[in-house]
Design a protein around this ligand. Structure first.
Ligand code: HOZ
Length: 444
C-alpha cells in the first residue's frame, strides 16, 4: 500500500468543542499561545486544545461535556488515575494545617526517608518544585563535585527547560520542530555535548578526546520525551562503566520513569545504579514537587553543607509532600506494576495487530506503563529513527482516537502514561478504538 496516509480524508469531527474553542481564543489574548506549557497547545496535531473541567479515575472530562479514557495522566504523575481518594484526603488534611511555611517539617524528613528506601542510588535527597529544577540542580552538583565543566546529554532526551539543557532536546522542542531555544546564549550550551542515544561508541570516543573535562553523562534511562524509546541492551551498563573509568558522574533523569517502571524506578528495573537521580511527576502525587538525590558524599556539596547553591521557598511544600507521601504509600500497599505491565503489553500487541490488519506501518515501543505508536516501519531507538515516524499521520490517529473517546498525547514525541485506574475492559476499548482509527487512516 502507499505509505502516504497523511492526505486520507477523515470523517468530519463529531466532538462538541465550542466551549474549548472559545476559551482558547480568550486564552491566546492573555497567555502566550494560549497555554502554560507548549505541547498542550495541540500545535503538532492541529485543531486547538481541549480545556479540561475535571478528572475522575481513568476519565478526563472537558468543558464541552466530552469524556475520554485518559492515556496521558498529566504527563506521568497519575499512576492511580485522577482524584485518587487517598491522595486527595492527604492534601485536604495537610491544607487544613496551612499551605506553606518556608520552614522545616517532620513530614519532609519522613518523605526523604521513604525516597531513600525506595530508590537504589539515593542516600540523600533534596526536594524541589519541578523536574526542570531537579535536573538543573543535579547538573550543578555534578559540576561542583567534580570541578569539571562539560556535560554529555543525548539527542531527543529532555531534562526540563534550564538553559544548559536546551540542546537538541525532546518534548516540546521536538514537537514544535525547533532547533533549540532562542534566548539561550551559545556560551551556555557550549559545554553541553549532545550525542546520539544508544550510541556507546560515540560516548567512548568523546571521553577519549575530552574525558578529563567531562563532569557527567545525563540521560533518561528510558526516554519518554521523543516518544517511548528504550535503552539498547548494554547501553546503560556501558555508560556506568565509562563514567566510572573517567571519574565522571552518571545522572539518571527519572522524572518520568521514577516510581513508574518500578517502585525504585528504571534503575531498579534495569539494574544500573547512577550517581545522582532527578525525580518528579509521580513523586509529587500530581502536585508541583520534584527531587534530586544520590550518593551522600556527592549530595553533601549542596549548600548549606557545601558550596553548590540551590534553594526554593516552596521546596518541601507541605501539601505537595503530603500528596507525594500518600502516593508512595499507595504504591507500596497496592503495587500496580504487574497489572500495568501485563495490560500495556497486551495493548501493544493489539495495536500492532490492528495496524497490520489495516495495512498501516507502525512501530509500537513500550515498557511498563509507557507506550508510543510510531508511524514508521523502522525500529525506533534514537532521535533520528523517532523522526522517521510520519507526524501528520500521528495527528490523524490522535483525532480519530479522540473522536472515539481516547485521549492520547497531542504529540508524536511524547509517551502515553497508562494508569491502574484503567480496567481490562478500558484497555480493550482503547484497542478497539485504535482498530477503527487505523482502518480509517487506510481508507481511500
Ligand atoms: N514537558 C511535559 C511533557 N514532556 C509537559 C507538557 C505540557 O504540559 O504541555
Amino acid at each position: 500500500m502507499s505509505t502516504d496516509l497523511s492526505t486520507t480524508p477523515m470523517r468530519p469531527p463529531t466532538l462538541r468543542r465550542d466551549r474549548s474553542r472559545l476559551l482558547f481564543s480568550e486564552a491566546q489574548a492573555v497567555i502566550p499561545g494560549g497555554v502554560n506549557s507548549p505541547v498542550r497547545a495541540f500545535k503538532s496535531v492541529g485543531g486547538g486544545p481541549l480545556f479540561i473541567e475535571r478528572g475522575q479515575n481513568q476519565y478526563l472530562f472537558d468543558v464541552d461535556g466530552n469524556r475520554y479514557l485518559d492515556m496521558v495522566g498529566s504527563w506521568g504523575p497519575l499512576i492511580f488515575g485522577h482524584a485518587d481518594p487517598a491522595v486527595i484526603a492527604a492534601i485536604t488534611d495537610a491544607a487544613s494545617r496551612g499551605t506553606s511555611f518556608g520552614a522545616s517539617t517532620e513530614a519532609e524528613v519522613r518523605f526523604a526517608e521513604e525516597i531513600i528506601a525506595a530508590v537504589p542510588s539515593v542516600e540523600k535527597v533534596r526536594l524541589v518544585s519541578s523536574g526542570t529544577e531537579a535536573a538543573m540542580s543535579f547538573i550543578r552538583v555534578a559540576r561542583g563535585f567534580t570541578g569539571r565543566t562539560k556535560l554529555i546529554k543525548f539527542e531527543g532526551n529532555y531534562h526540563g527547560h534550564s538553559d544548559a539543557l536546551l540542546a537538541k532536546a525532546g518534548s516540546g522542542i521536538a514537537t514544535l520542530g525547533l532547533p533549540d531555544s532562542a534566548g539561550v546564549p551559545a556560551q551556555v550550551t557550549a559545554a553541553t555535548l549532545t550525542l546520539p542515544y544508544n550510541d556507546l561508541a560515540a560516548v567512548e570516543a568523546t571521553f577519549v578526546k575530552e574525558g578529563d573535562d567531562i563532569a557527567a553523562v545525563a540521560l533518561e534511562p528510558v526516554v519518554g520525551n521523543m516518544g517511548c524509546v528504550l535503552p539498547a541492551p548494554g547501553f546503560l551498563e556501558g555508560l556506568r562503566e565509562i563514567t566510572t573509568r573517567y571519574g565522571a558522574l552518571l545522572l539518571f533523569d527519572e522524572v518520568m520513569t521514577g516510581f513508574r517502571l518500578a517502585y525504585g524506578g528504571a534503575q531498579e528495573r534495569l539494574g544500573v545504579t547512577p550517581d545522582l537521580t532527578a525525580m518528579g511527576k509521580i513523586i509529587g502525587g500530581g502536585l508541583p514537587l520534584a527531587a534530586y538525590g544520590g550518593r551522600a558524599d556527592i549530595m553533601d556539596v549542596v549548600a548549606p553543607v557545601g558550596p553548590v547553591y540551590q534553594a526554593g521557598t516552596l521546596s518541601g511544600n507541605p501539601l505537595a509532600v503530603a500528596a507525594g507521601r500518600a502516593m508512595l504509600r499507595r504504591l507500596r500497599e497496592a503495587p500496580p506494576y504487574v497489572y500495568l505491565d501485563e495490560q500495556t503489553t497486551l495493548l501493544a500487541r493489539r495495536l500492532r495487530e490492528g495496524a497490520a490488519a489495516a495495512g498501516v506501518p507502525v512501530t509500537v515501543n513500550h515498557i511498563g506503563s509507557m507506550l508510543t505508536v510510531f508511524f514508521t516501519d523502522q525500529p525506533v531507538f534514537d532521535y533520528p529513527s523517532a523522526k522517521t515516524s510520519d507526524a501528520t499521520v500521528y495527528a490523524r490517529f490522535f483525532w480519530a482516537m479522540l473522536e472515539r473517546g481516547v485521549y492520547l498525547p497531542p504529540s508524536q514525541f511524547e509517551a502515553a502514561f497508562l494508569s491502574a485506574a484503567l480496567t481490562p475492559d478500558d484497555f480493550e476499548a482503547v484497542a478497539a478504538a485504535a482498530r477503527e482509527s487505523f482502518a480509517l487512516l487506510a481508507e481511500r
